[in-house]
Write a protein that binds this ligand. Structure first.
Ligand SMILES: *[C@@H]1O[C@H](CO)[C@@H](O)[C@H](O)[C@H]1NC(C)=O
Ligand SMILES: *[C@@H]1O[C@H](CO)[C@@H](O)[C@H](O)[C@H]1NC(C)=O
Ligand SMILES: *[C@@H]1O[C@H](CO)[C@@H](O)[C@H](O)[C@H]1NC(C)=O
Ligand SMILES: *[C@@H]1O[C@H](CO)[C@@H](O)[C@H](O)[C@H]1NC(C)=O
Ligand SMILES: *[C@@H]1O[C@H](CO)[C@@H](O)[C@H](O)[C@H]1NC(C)=O
Length: 481
């Protein structure tokens, strides 16, 4: 790794695991504002229209497609409208990163086709009457870069650059335009609403984000905690509370994804660890079929207890090797003498003809405040083909700089649950839920409670084992430094 990259890693530090921004031209390494503490209030980017409290809303319903199972494409995406008039864009939903960006017109490396079956659209500022370039002297820009950009002059755009874990990148400049989304205004009823937001207009993509990938989409919507996220921008504009939830349906694909306070189903919560780039929670205990697993003392630990990262952009679940070994031993002990196969050189598989929920134990995580996360055999085992089942638990192959292994809980354990991220109160909670059924979300302004239904955008499903492991790949990149 060269000096420049080392500097970035130094600045980003251990916390910023997935995403960093680099001014591409002139060696400014501003990185995320969130750990610098001096960033201006993003309320400055409030749009005048949006300040009209009359349109205040809290229940936003976002259609969700895709299927997070390891034997599918391991990818959840949603459709958003951008521009005036609005055009549709399909973006991957990622709680592990912060920004929204889409492929832009003029991009030569951007995908034009997707194996997922939808039409891809390049965002064209010229075709939107409301599109404006965000200048390098704009508040948003100086906040993001934690100060003025060197060499900034009038009419110069504010650049963005993101490197994801698998080494793929997107670079371009920030644009401000309308985002259109559905607002719940009755049971299972929505109306379109909009607000202006700042997002990345991608001029150059590389790696899995460039043309030629089967799973290409128009971009990524990051649902991280940063003030630059769409959620924070909408909140700063008075449009929403910083509360969102997802229910990822691994049976049928798709599920529910909503912004706003969830009142039904009921769920228990735990505190999110403060000042983390990701959604981290403190792990207290882990049991397999009622047997405690010995947790190592040295897992991802910031003198604040053992932490696990909750990340919907990761397909599987990654555990320190000693924990993984114990889980696997206890799981497989339920069926002694079973012949094991290694599939694709990485998955432990076996033949099983009966109901896996009757044949294997439940894996139960307990977090602070007694919040438990129950993972059933049908969640952590996936059907590879015919009667061949594979174990979804994975050994973390990444460590922090101090040699601490990381617990990373992805869609494997998050699917078929309603997961609620409350950034107002810094809590996360979940409960088992049939994601094909609706949830009830409260409209902040009126206090009314509306049912939000399950949507599924996709019918296509590609079979690729262990694909979009963005965070994991990032960890490898980061830690191999
Ligand atoms: C983010 O915005 C909030 C409210 O607008 C502000 O209080 C906070 O200081 C900002 N955080 C950072 C890290 O800039
Ligand atoms: C934004 O919403 C308002 C009110 O519904 C509507 O009149 C306007 O056309 C919308 N603008 C865009 C760009 O969608
Ligand atoms: C919340 O936790 C309590 C105590 O552990 C438990 O009895 C209850 O079933 C949980 N509620 C939900 C919705 O998971
Ligand atoms: C945050 O906590 C406060 C006080 O406990 C509560 O009144 C409020 O409803 C919570 N906010 C959300 C969005 O749950
Ligand atoms: C979930 O709900 C749907 C619709 O009510 C139903 O058809 C399906 O069987 C349920 N799935 C499970 C696993 O209970």
């Amino acid at each position: 790794m060269d000096l420049q990259e080392r500097l970035v890693f130094f600045l980003v530090g251990l916390f910023l695991l997935q995403l960093f921004c680099v001014a591409n031209a002139n060696l400014v390494f501003p990185v995320e504002s969130k750990f610098k503490g001096s960033v201006e209030n993003l309320a400055a980017i409030k749009d005048h229209d949006a300040q009209r409290r009359g349109r205040f809303l809290s229940a936003v319903d976002i259609p969700l497609g895709g299927n997070g199972r390891a034997n599918s494409n391991g990818l959840y995406y949603t459709k958003i409208g951008l521009g005036s008039p609005a055009k549709d864009y399909y973006v991957q939903v990622d709680t592990g990163s912060d920004l929204l960006w889409v492929n832009c017109v003029g991009c030569t490396t951007c995908p034009r086709k997707s194996g997922l079956g939808m039409d891809l659209t390049l965002y064209d500022p010229a075709q939107s009457t409301a599109s404006t370039l965000v200048g390098c002297d704009d508040k948003f820009c100086t906040s993001t870069y934690n100060g003025p950009i060197s060499g900034c002059s009038r009419d110069m755009a504010c650049p963005y650059s993101i490197t994801y874990g698998d080494g793929s990148t997107t670079t371009g400049s920030y644009i401000k335009d309308y985002i259109t989304f559905n607002r719940a205004n009755g049971d299972l009823k929505t109306v379109p609403d909009n607000s202006t937001v700042i997002f990345g207009c991608g001029a150059k993509q590389s790696g899995t984000l460039s043309s030629g990938s089967e799973e290409s989409l128009d971009g990524i919507i990051g649902l991280g905690q940063s003030n630059a996220s769409v959620l924070s921008q909408l909140a700063a504009a008075g449009k929403v509370k910083r509360v969102f939830s997802h229910c990822l349906d691994s049976y049928n694909g798709g599920g529910v994804f909503a912004i706003g306070e969830v009142v039904q189903p009921k769920f228990n919560k735990t505190s999110l660890v403060q000042k983390m780039a990701h959604y981290n929670v403190n792990l207290k205990d882990l049991e397999v079929g009622g047997d405690s697993v010995q947790l190592p003392t040295d897992i991802f630990d910031f003198s604040n207890g053992r932490q696990a990262i909750i990340d919907s952009g990761t397909t599987l679940a990654y555990l320190p090797s000693t924990v993984y070994d114990q889980i696997l031993e206890k799981v497989l002990a339920a069926q002694p003498g079973m012949k094991l196969y290694l599939v694709e050189e990485q998955f432990t598989c076996f033949r099983f003809d009966d109901n896996v929920d009757d044949g294997f134990p439940i894996v139960k995580f307990t977090f602070d405040d007694g919040l438990t996360l129950t993972t059933y055999p049908h969640d952590y085992l996936f059907l590879f083909k015919e009667n061949m089942w594979c174990v979804g638990w994975q050994k973390s192959i990444a460590q922090t700089k101090d040699g601490q292994e990381i617990i990373l809980l992805g869609d494997l354990v998050l699917s078929n649950k309603l997961v609620v991220y409350d950034l107002e109160n810094m809590t996360i909670g979940w409960t088992d839920h049939n994601c094909s059924t609706s949830i009830k979300v409260k409209d902040d302004e009126t206090g009314k409670v509306y049912a939000v239904s399950a949507h599924d955008l996709s019918s296509a499903s590609t079979v690729i084992i262990g694909s979009v492991l963005t965070l994991l790949m990032m960890l490898i990149t980061m830690l191999s430094s």
